[in-house]
Design a protein around this ligand. Structure first.
Ligand code: GTP
Ligand code: MG
Ligand code: ZN
Length: 332
């Protein structure tokens, strides 16, 4: 195994130069535990902690290492080490972690993962199927700089998979959409086209959609634990609890992720330009430059709804996400 297998590239090598003289090693975070990380370096797998000053200097959670990051490690004995710094990220995706502190609503950026090239957005064709959620994921992924591929899994539980696929294609822009039944691994063959040496693909989606089943199917071994979905509400039980990078023997890296309960966007309203490019290009013909596509006269977007070119649900999803992003922008 080489660093390149794990995604090392000239981008990181350049940032690393300053540290090389100190005798430190670059390493990729492959799994995060509560108080330590598992990383991969040329010395193999290591267990590392970070130096107190790293936490101190970070000045916020967004600057602390997450799975996928490249870190600077000082090697100790027994495959242990200390993280001294985080190398600049090529890309990262974040969500807003809303919460309250002392009764005040607060916002906090949570970096979910770093240096991801491509995301498989996985959706189940059972009760999980929800176009609006897919739009939300697409906005998240596009704002991170990664590419998206949509996987509609569990075709065996759906009466009309092709019909669902067509609905998703209508909102997916340039992202490819594939149908699969993960338990039948032959159906996963097409996914190998996306696996490239040194490139990282993250599996994202709600709990129970089959992310870990897809990973195991592609790998050909029961690497990740699989959990049944609840009979009562069709939801998963959060079987995967850790993000983890898994290297494929013939090259390529897959990141399994826990199912996300809530997905609040982190970014700006401009992040909708790609995930809602259909609406944004219709808007060019609105009478008013600052048309909000609500009740304004001469609104080309609402006209598209009347002529059934655009669905009203998609427009209200656009309004909702835009509102969420604008509110976030104001509060930052
Ligand atoms: N019927 C059917 N079930 C599937 C398919 N793929 C996965 N499953 C089942 O769906 C359930 C959830 O699968 P997991 O792979 O654990 O789901 P996950 O997305 O990793 O879930 P979390 O780890 O909780 O986020 C398991 O019972 C799988 O056997 C499929 O194509 N068809
Ligand atoms: Mg899982
Ligand atoms: Zn308009």
């Amino acid at each position: 195994m080489t660093l390149e297998d794990w995604g090392w590239s000239p981008f990181f090598a350049e940032k690393f130069q300053a540290w090389e003289k100190l005798g430190y090693l670059p390493a990729r975070v492959i799994r995060g535990e509560k108080n330590y990380f598992r990383v991969w370096s040329v010395q193999g797998e290591l267990t590392v902690r970070f130096a107190g000053k790293v936490r101190h200097k970070a000045g916020g959670r967004a600057n602390l290492p997450v799975v996928g990051d490249w870190v600077i490690v000082e090697l100790q004995t027994n495959q242990r080490g200390i993280i001294h710094a985080l190398l600049e990220r090529k890309s990262s995706f974040s969500r807003n972690l809303p919460g309250t502190r002392k009764g005040q609503n607060r916002i906090e950026q949570q970096v979910i993962a770093a240096n991801v090239d491509l995301v498989f957005i996985v959706s189940g064709l059972d009760r999980d199927f929800n176009l609006r959620r897919i739009e939300r994921y697409l906005t998240l992924v596009r704002s991170s700089g990664a590419e998206a591929v949509i996987l509609l899994n569990k075709t065996d539980l759906c009466a009309d998979p092709e019909g669902c696929k067509a609905q998703v294609e209508a909102i997916a822009g340039n992202s490819p959409v594939h149908l699969c039944m993960a338990r039948n691994t032959v159906q996963l063959d097409i996914l190998f086209n996306y696996l490239q040496p040194g490139e990282t693909i993250a599996l994202l989606g709600s709990s129970g959609v089959g992310k870990s089943t897809i990973l195991n199917g592609m790998l050909g071994e029961e690497r990740q634990k699989i959990g049944a979905v609840s009979e009562a509400d069709g939801k998963g039980r959060h079987t995967t609890t850790h993000r983890e990078l898994i290297l494929f023997p013939n090259g390529g890296i897959l990141m399994d992720n826990p199912g996300m309960r809530e997905l609040h966007l982190w970014g700006g309203a401009e992040d909708l330009a790609e995930s809602f490019s259909d609406i944004e290009s219709l808007a060019i013909d609105c009478k008013f430059r600052d048309c909000q596509h609500k009740t304004e006269p001469g609104c080309a977007v609402n006209k598209a709804i009347e002529s059934r070119i655009l669905s009203p649900e998609r427009l209200s999803s656009y309004h909702k996400l835009k509102h969420e992003l604008l509110k976030l922008q104001q509060r930052r």
